[in-house]
Design a binder for this molecule. Structure first.
Ligand code: RFL
Ligand code: PHB
Length: 396
C-alpha cells in the first residue's frame, strides 16, 4: 500500500471534478483527480450540449475557452414548437445580450483534461475500489486501487464529483442527508446523426404523440430526442422507425424538418429530479450530479456542476489564503439556492412540453394555454430566457 498526499482529493473526472481541479490550480491549490473510467471513455461519452453564458465565461476566463470560441455554436434564441409551428424565444434580446453555446460536454471534458495535463496536474484514470475515510476528522483519506496496486491519498478536503451513481453521497452516515426526489413517467430516446443541422436554433416541440427536441453538435452532426417510455427498449427502435417518428413530431407547416442521416448512436435516458441537502458533511463536499440531478429539458445539469465547483473553488481559496472556513461553511447553502431555482425551471420546462398520460382534459387545455402564453407574452418569454441562459453566479 503506497501513501501520498494532496490538499484536495477529487473523486470523479467529469465536468465538475476537472473544472474544480483546474480552478484550484489557478488559485495555487494542489489536487488529485481519481476517475473510475478510462480517458478515452470520458472523452467520448456523449451527454450534455448546452452551456449557459456563465459557464462559457468561466471556461474563457480560466483560459480553456480557445477551442470553445472556435468551434462552439453561439445561440441567441431557441424555438418552441406547437401545432406544427415554431415560435422563437429571442434569448439575447430578452436578457441584455446573453446567449447559450452549443458545445458537447465531451469536448469540455477533452479541453479540461488536456489543460490539466499540460499544467502538470495529477489526473488518474481507471481507479477502482475508491472509498473515503475519516471525513469527520481533520485528515480525511481516499483509498483506491490503480494498476493492481492499492493507494491511500491523504488530503485536507475531499470533493465528491463522482456523479449520481458515485460512492461519495452514500459514504455520508445515515441520518445526515435528506433527499428530495421526483421521477417522471417517461424518458428520452436520444440519437446522434451524421446530418447537417437544417435550422440554426434548437426546437423544443410539444406534440400529441410526445415531446421531441431538435438539437445539434456541429455543422455536420444533429442531436435529436424523442419522449418515450422510461424503460423503453432501444432495440425496438430501428433507424427507420426513429426517423419516421422524428418527422411526424417535428415537421412544421412551413416545410421545416430535420435532415436525415446515418445514426451514429442511440440511447434511452430516464428523467428524474433529485436534490440532497446539505451538500457537505465534515470534510466531504458534494458537487454536480453527485448532489443533484435535473431532467434534461432545461439543459441545466452540466451548468449546475460548473456553478457548484466555482463556489467550491472560491471557498477553498478563502480557506487557504485567509485561513477562514466561513465560505466552506456556507458552500451548501449558496449552491442550493441556485440548484433549487434550476430544479424549478427544469421541472417547469418538462411539465410544459411533455405528454402526460394521466393528464385530464382540463390539464391538457391548461398546458396548451401555458404554451400559448409563453410564446405570445414578452414577460413570460423573458422569464424563460432569463433562466435558460442561466441565473447569475452568486458567491454569497
Ligand atoms: P459526471 O459527468 O457524471 O461525472 C462523474 C464522473 O465520476 C466518475 N465516477 C467515479 N470515479 C471514481 N470512483 C467512483 N466510484 C466513481 N463513480 C463515478 C464517472 O466515471 C464520471 O466520469 O458528473 P458531473 O461532473 O457532476 O457532471 C454532470 C453532467 O455530466 C450532467 O449533469 C449532464 O450531462 C446533464 N445533461 C445536460 N446538462 C446540461 O447542462 N446541458 C444539457 O444540454 C444536458 N443534456 C444531460 C443532457 C444528461 C443527459 N444524460 C445522458 C443523463 C442530456 C442527456 C441525455
Ligand atoms: C443536447 O443537445 O443534448 C440537449 C440540448 C438541450 C437540452 C438537452 C439536451 O435541453
Amino acid at each position: 500500500m503506497s501513501k501520498f498526499n494532496t490538499q484536495v482529493g477529487i473523486i470523479g473526472g467529469g465536468p465538475a471534478g476537472l473544472m474544480l481541479s483546474h480552478l484550484l490550480h489557478q488559485h495555487g491549490i494542489n489536487s488529485v483527480i481519481l476517475e473510475a473510467r478510462s480517458r478515452q471513455y470520458c472523452e467520448e461519452r456523449i451527454r450534455a450540449g448546452v452551456l449557459e453564458q456563465g459557464a462559457v465565461d468561466m471556461l474563457r476566463q480560466s483560459g480553456v475557452g480557445a477551442r470553445l470560441d472556435r468551434e462552439g455554436l453561439r445561440h441567441e434564441g431557441i424555438e418552441i414548437g406547437l401545432n406544427e409551428r415554431r415560435y422563437r424565444i429571442p434569448l439575447t434580446e430578452l436578457t441584455n445580450g446573453k446567449a447559450v453555446t452549443v458545445y458537447g460536454q465531451h469536448e469540455v471534458v477533452k479541453d479540461l483534461i488536456a489543460q490539466r495535463l499540460k499544467d502538470g496536474g495529477d489526473v488518474r484514470f481507471e481507479c477502482s475500489d475508491v472509498s473515503v475515510h475519516a471525513i469527520e476528522g481533520p485528515k480525511p483519506a481516499i483509498n483506491f486501487t490503480q494498476n493492481g496496486e492499492e493507494h491511500t491519498l491523504a488530503c485536507d478536503y475531499i470533493a465528491g464529483c463522482d456523479g449520481f451513481h458515485g460512492i461519495c453521497r452514500p459514504s455520508i452516515p445515515p441520518g445526515i442527508l435528506t433527499g428530495y426526489d421526483r421521477t417522471y413517467p417517461f424518458g428520452w430516446l436520444g440519437i446522434l446523426a451524421e446530418a447537417p443541422p437544417s435550422l440554426d436554433e434548437l426546437v423544443y416541440m410539444h406534440h400529441d404523440r410526445g415531446f421531441a427536441l431538435y438539437s445539434m453538435r456541429s455543422p455536420t452532426v444533429t442531436r435529436l430526442y424523442l419522449q418515450c417510455k422510461p424503460d423503453e427498449d432501444v432495440n425496438l427502435w430501428s433507424d427507420d422507425r426513429i426517423w419516421s417518428e422524428l418527422f411526424t413530431r417535428l415537421r412544421c407547416k412551413d416545410g421545416w424538418c430535420p435532415t436525415e442521416g446515418k445514426i451514429l448512436q442511440k440511447s434511452v435516458t430516464g428523467m428524474r429530479s433529485y436534490v440532497t441537502e446539505p451538500m457537505q458533511f465534515g470534510k466531504l463536499f458534494l458537487a454536480g450530479d453527485a448532489a443533484h440531478i435535473v431532467p434534461p429539458t432545461g439543459a441545466k445539469g452540466m451548468n449546475l456542476a460548473m456553478a457548484d465547483v466555482y463556489v467550491l473553488a472560491e471557498s477553498l481559496r478563502a480557506f487557504y489564503r485567509d485561513n477562514s472556513n466561513a465560505k466552506l461553511q456556507s458552500y451548501s447553502r449558496v449552491c442550493l439556492r441556485r440548484v433549487w431555482k434550476a430544479q424549478r425551471f427544469s421541472w417547469w420546462m418538462t411539465s410544459l412540453l411533455h405528454r402526460f398520460d394521466d393528464h385530464s382534459p382540463f390539464d391538457n387545455r391548461r398546458q396548451l394555454a401555458e404554451l400559448d402564453y409563453v410564446t405570445s407574452s414578452r414577460a413570460a418569454a423573458a422569464s424563460l430566457a432569463e433562466n435558460y441562459v442561466g441565473l447569475p453566479m452568486e458567491l454569497e
